[in-house]
Write a protein that binds this ligand. Structure first.
Ligand SMILES: [Zn+2]
Length: 140
């Protein structure tokens, strides 16, 4: 029996499931950023990525790579894989606590680029030695 949590939309996605394996399933994101915006979701309600069991990680990435190969060349020329862990945001239509990975087809200068990522280059700054050493210490 798969563990479920309250009225979590990803614990009961039965009619939305497009593909599944032992521990994960594929649904379409709704709302979506672009056509072909898929979500790969573990069947068990997990909120923190590091709480996944090894077999769940394997099932999730098998489906991510399956979807990626299916959509490249059909819905986009490339693909973004993304997982957001944002416990500081309340669950809403745009934020579901149940862990999920976004698989988003991308093309050069697509809609996502035209409305937000064209500003992305401004986010990048040179990494200096002081910052490098300070941040690297977080992994100790
Ligand atoms: Zn859930």
């Amino acid at each position: 029996m798969t563990e479920t949590y309250g009225n979590c939309p990803f614990c009961q996605p039965a009619e939305r499931i497009l593909k599944e394996n032992d521990y994960a399933q594929v649904i379409l994101s709704n709302p979506r950023k672009v056509p072909g915006h898929f979500l790969v979701v573990p069947k068990r309600h997990v909120e923190k990525p590091w709480e996944l069991k090894p077999e769940e990680v394997q099932s999730i990435f098998e489906l991510i790579f399956f979807v990626e190969q299916k959509i490249i060349g059909k819905l986009g020329d490339g693909c973004d894989i993304r997982q957001n862990y944002r416990p500081f945001m309340k669950q809403s239509q745009l934020k579901v606590d149940h862990l999920h990975f976004h698989v988003i087809p991308r093309t050069l200068d697509d809609y996502i680029y035209s409305v937000s990522e064209k500003y992305e280059t401004e986010l990048f700054a040179e990494l200096d030695d002081v910052e490098h050493d300070a941040v690297a210490k977080t992994l100790e």
